[in-house]
Design a protein around this ligand. Structure first.
Ligand code: AMP
Length: 291
């Protein structure tokens, strides 16, 4: 496994792999790698001939009062995991390598970031779309892997790739969960034992909405209320949003139709945690836990 810290090193390594005829896979991450990341990396290793993992805590996607400075950075463990999983190249640039000058050019995907995390984190998805565009230009992957855990991010990247004819296939992988349903996340490290227990409330809220739909509930407002009530019953949690949106456009639904997503965000201790599930179409339970 190679470790590249510069754009030039990446271009060289990927260029060679391509000349050898390999399909290039990319898994963009912010490090502090866990089983969720591992599921994406395994797919990249299995499905492409040259798997690249980028590890970069992107300042552009953090707000001024967010956790950029304290975000976990665990490079040695991350490299060990990548090596074990059979990654070919890790790209771990310094901030000045990615942003040698204060950027003047940004990628904005209109509308899809108006609600959910985009509403509580202004500028976040502009930062995400911009850094992913840069990573796509640097690595030039054939396939890029994202997690359904960040459903709004995945929808935005898919739309960006479509709108801008980026020559990359976007694969969205199911959410990996702990045994009690909590979605695995780098930010789960912020939780103490009580908060970790309380954090199961996100998945419990989503399941409550899911089960209500399976029982015939069709009113998105009642589903929003069901999720809010579940979260309100957990004293250590404070709801940010509890929404029912269209899974592609990320717009709040007035009626349950098409592919509907239940999505929640809550503050627990110093962590802000998010989760989502696809709601079943009436009478269909097959999508439980599929992310
Ligand atoms: P991050 O390092 O948080 O930026 O995440 C990097 C990628 O891993 C993103 O595409 C995430 O959606 C994905 N990811 C994070 N947590 C999970 C999880 N629990 N299951 C599946 N994918 C995940």
């Amino acid at each position: 496994m190679e470790l590249a810290r510069t754009v030039a090193e990446v271009r060289q390594a990927v260029g060679e792999a391509r000349r050898r005829g390999h399909v290039i896979g990319l898994v963009p991450t912010m490090g502090a790698l866990h089983e969720g990341h591992a599921s994406l990396i395994r797919r990249a290793v299995n499905e492409t001939g040259f798997a690249v993992v980028s590890i970069f805590v992107n300042p552009l996607q953090f707000g001024p009062n967010e956790d950029f400075a304290s975000y976990p950075r665990t490079l040695d463990d991350d490299l060990a995991m990548c090596r074990t999983l059979g990654v070919n190249l890790v790209f771990h640039p310094a901030e000045r390598e990615m942003y040698p000058k204060p950027p003047k050019t940004f990628v904005e995907v209109e509308g899809l970031g108006d609600h959910l995390c985009g509403a509580s984190r202004p500028g976040h998805f502009r930062g995400v779309a911009t850094v992913v565009t840069k990573l796509f230009h640097i690595v030039q992957p054939d396939v890029a892997y994202f997690g359904q855990k960040d459903a709004q991010q995945a929808a935005i990247i898919k739309r960006m790739v479509e709108d801008l004819n980026m020559p990359v296939t976007v694969e969205v992988c199911p959410t990996v969960r702990e045994a009690d349903g909590l979605a695995v996340s780098s930010r789960n490290r912020y939780l103490n034992a009580d908060e970790r227990q309380a954090a199961t409330v996100l998945y419990r809220a989503l399941r409550a909405a899911h089960d209500a739909v399976a029982r015939g509930e069709k009113d998105p407002d009642r589903l929003r209320q069901i999720m809010r009530d579940v979260i309100a019953a957990e004293p250590l949690a404070r709801v940010d949003y509890a929404e029912i949106v269209d899974a592609e456009t990320m717009q709040p639904l007035q009626r349950l139709e098409g592919k509907a997503l239940a999505a929640v965000a809550a503050y627990i201790g110093r962590a802000r945690l998010i989760d989502n599930i696809i709601l079943p179409t009436t009478g269909d339970n097959s999508q439980v836990g599929s992310g």
